[in-house]
Design a protein around this ligand. Structure first.
Ligand code: SF4
Ligand code: SF4
Length: 732
């Protein structure tokens, strides 16, 4: 070993020892913070499916590849990071001796070839990612960047480290080539040989370059260890467990879509018959009341801003960004952690749990952080502003896009639950809706005995459950479908089409009550459970003696469709629920409904969030429309998985939209920009929102917003009255 190698070896060992010590400390700290969360025993089931999903999503980059260029570039960088970590390890042999290499595989041509090309593609990949970050930097004039609010220096730092580590990998190899210490052939390692041809035959160069590579790598480790909230770096490790422990690993898309997580206390679903707010946790009022998976979610956020770029609230000037919400919760959790780890925290009656002695040595900043209300305005020092919390439409665009499977909607609703159930703090205008649900069983407060009014004048009898011996489908009408004038036309259109196709169906009539979706999404789990239990009992009675596959329900409202199909199982109601567009598509393809007259003028389709993103029903409505117009749909730029919300989900239908541009106006502008004369929808709430948007623009005479069923009915029965223009907007 020469004098240069003695120095490089000592320096490499020293910086590595410091970095490893700091990294172990950081991992222990992060683990301790994540363990502060509440139990989530359901996350440990079905380890096989979890492992499979984790491998598919990481190795296959299935979520990242939705953004094809970024996804491909990131895949090469990820593979580069994993494989080239071996080359960092090899650098420890090279600081000792210029001819050093990894034992066993270090002289294997396949290893040389693989690492060479992964290095080359990694360089290209990081170049692309750096260019994208620079092009999207928030301070660029006129740029609405997905990186707004991200900690930019951390992103640049991580990218430069990857770039330099890759470059020095080739410099080391180049010096080995130049000094005749390199054993791989030119065909396997062309770039290394090209670099070697440009470098002097300096023997110490190998060890010096290897030391620089180690210093860069260990500096990275030191920096991220001193910044445990640096998700852009830590996600390389945390993404694996975060995906493994996702809510429903068997789901094809975002696991936090579809059903909401039930309200939990101490790892068990809360039973309102026995629940006691002084003993049981009602939603989330303190950051440590999220589960450990929630805290792992916050720690894993890469700050990539994909969620932010798709969020309807953010895109229309509301203060909510799902990314910034996650970052605020993360920073608060880590800042408060020293107080919690010392034994601090409030019990459910609001009393401090720790003694003065326990808190005596806690940092004053951590004590101050602990005093912040989780939900509060800037003046109150709140972590999350109420306007942020109440801006969410629960559209799921954030969950859909997040590459590391963060479950934003569950976290938002958990915080809403505490605000509604314990603090009674929510936008006052939504109070009317909640009172109507409790007293009248529907959000509009319409009399229950008018639920069947939509059946009048149909020209055929609509059978009620109990009046007929048998029926194939229970037609779940929904409150909008029963009481709201525009939605009633959809209900009539669907009933007419089912009757035309000879489908045997029956309604519950006055036995139906609200599915509970708006109560659940606003956070009033108590009212949701009250309504849902009543419905589950009614439905179980209606289907008595039938197996699940024969307990078929068709619903026109995607919110009912989602709640009945995905959430009633949590209360003992197992049903086969289809959306009316799915049943209609089936009836057309089976030849039971025949579109005869093409609907002209051009049709575009707006995907309802709870039908599309939350339940993956994208094709059926498009098939029905394609058959009805006997031609191609005109798609909006944002469609299918990336569809833009109408603004009504998450109980926003019953709240004022006071901040920023109206979401429905943004969506209507996009729909009208297609030039289509018909905007087809598959949801009564979307219908209301888009109709309001069209009318607000004074375009009610030129553009029509109608349900897919009404479009089909016009084509199947051109003279049917239910196909008339849906311009009325008054709730019944
Ligand atoms: S659910 Fe929709 S509105 Fe809510 S934060 Fe996510 S993207 Fe934004
Ligand atoms: S998409 Fe996921 S990882 Fe990216 S910023 Fe949003 S929450 Fe974080």
């Amino acid at each position: 070993m020469g004098s240069v190698q003695i120095v490089t070896t000592i320096l490499a060992a020293a910086i590595t020892a410091v970095a490893v010590w700091l990294a172990v400390r950081a991992v222990m700290k992060m683990t301790a913070v994540i363990r502060l969360g509440q139990p989530a025993p359901e996350r440990f089931g079905d380890k096989g499916a979890r492992t499979r999903k984790m491998l598919v999503e990481t190795a296959g980059h299935t979520r990242m590849l939705k953004w094809s260029v970024v996804g491909a570039a990131h895949w090469f960088v990820m593979v580069g990071f994993i494989v080239l970590s071996l080359l960092v390890l090899e650098a420890y042999f090279e600081v000792v001796t210029p001819g050093g290499g990894l034992p066993v595989i270090g002289r294997w041509t396949v290893f040389g070839l693989a690492t060479e090309w992964i290095g080359i593609l990694g360089l290209a990949g990081i170049g692309v990612l750096m260019a994208i970050r620079l092009r999207n930097r928030p301070n660029r004039p006129g740029n609405r960047s997905r990186f707004t609010g991200s900690t930019m220096w951390q992103g640049y730092f991580v990218e430069w480290v990857v770039l330099l580590v890759l470059i020095f990998g080739f410099v080391i190899r180049g010096f080995k080539v130049a000094t005749d210490h390199f054993e791989y052939p030119v065909w396997a390692t062309p770039l290394s040989h090209a670099v070697g041809a440009a470098l002097p035959a300096w023997t110490a160069g190998v060890s010096v370059a290897a030391l620089i590579k180690i210093v860069i790598s260990m500096t990275w480790l030191i920096v991220i260890s001193l910044n445990v909230t640096m998700g852009v770096a830590w996600h390389r490790f945390l993404a694996f467990p975060n995906i493994f422990f996702k809510r429903e690993p068997e789901k094809a898309a975002g696991s936090g879509l579809g059903a909401l997580r039930p309200m939990m206390s101490d790892g068990k679903p809360l039973d309102f018959e026995e629940a006691d707010p002084e003993k049981d946790q009602f939603g989330v009022a303190q950051v440590e009341q999220f589960t450990w998976k929630g805290l792992l979610d916050f720690s894993t956020c890469t700050e990539c801003g994909r969620c932010q770029s798709q969020c309807p609230a953010w895109n229309t000037g509301k203060p909510l960004s799902p990314k910034l919400l996650v970052l605020s919760l993360r920073d608060h959790a880590y800042a408060k952690a020293p107080y919690l780890l010392a034994g601090g925290g409030k019990d459910l009656t609001g009393e401090e749990k720790a003694t003065a002695a326990q808190l005596a040595h806690v940092d004053v900043l951590a004590l101050a952080e602990a005093e912040k209300p989780l939900i509060g305005t800037a003046e109150e020092g709140g972590v999350i502003d109420p306007d942020v919390l109440w801006s969410c439409t629960t559209c799921g665009a954030c969950v859909e896009q997040c590459p590391v499977d963060i479950e934003h909607v569950d976290h938002i609703v958990d915080m809403r639950r505490y605000q509604v159930l314990i603090e009674s703090s929510f936008p006052s205008e939504a109070g009317v809706m909640l009172r109507n649900l409790e007293n009248k069983g529907n959000p509009w407060g319409a009399p229950q005995n008018t639920r069947e009014d939509w059946t009048k004048g149909l020209g055929f009898e609509v059978p009620r459950v109990g009046e007929v011996d048998d029926f194939e489908y229970l037609f779940w009408v929904g409150c909008a479908g029963a009481f709201e004038d525009r939605a009633k036309k959809t209900t009539r259109a669907v009933a007419t089409l089912l009757n035309e196709a000879g489908v045997s169906f029956a309604i519950l009539g006055e036995g139906e009550t609200c599915s509970g979706d708006p109560a659940r999404r606003i956070g009033n789990e108590f009212v949701f459970q009250m309504l849902a239990q009543q419905n589950v009992e009614t439905l179980n009675e209606a289907f008595e003696g039938r197996e699940k596959s024969k307990r078929k329900i068709v619903a026109t409202c995607p919110h009912c469709f989602n709640t009945l199909g995905n959430e009633y199982g949590q209360l003992g109601g197992e049903f086969e629920v289809v959306h009316h567009t799915q049943l209609l598509a089936h009836l057309v393809s089976a030849g039971k409904l025949t579109p005869v007259q093409p609907v002209d003028g051009g049709v575009t389709y707006h995907d309802p969030c709870y039908l599309g993103r939350h339940n993956r029903v994208f094709a059926a409505p498009r098939e029905v429309l394609g058959d009805s117009i006997q031609g191609e749909l005109t798609e909006m730029p944002r469609n299918s998985e990336r569809s833009f919300c109408c603004g009504a989900g998450g109980a926003r239908m019953w709240m004022e939209e006071k901040i920023g541009k109206r979401i429905n106006v943004d969506r209507v502008e996009e729909a009208m920009s297609t030039g289509a004369k018909t905007i087809a929808v598959g949801c009564p709430f979307c219908s209301t929102m888009l109709n309001d948007g069209v009318n607000g623009k004074g375009a009610g005479e030129q553009v029509e917003v109608i349900d897919v069923a009404s479009v089909l009915l016009r084509s199947v029965k051109p003279d049917a009255p239910a196909g008339e223009k849906e311009t009325e907007s008054v709730a019944g």
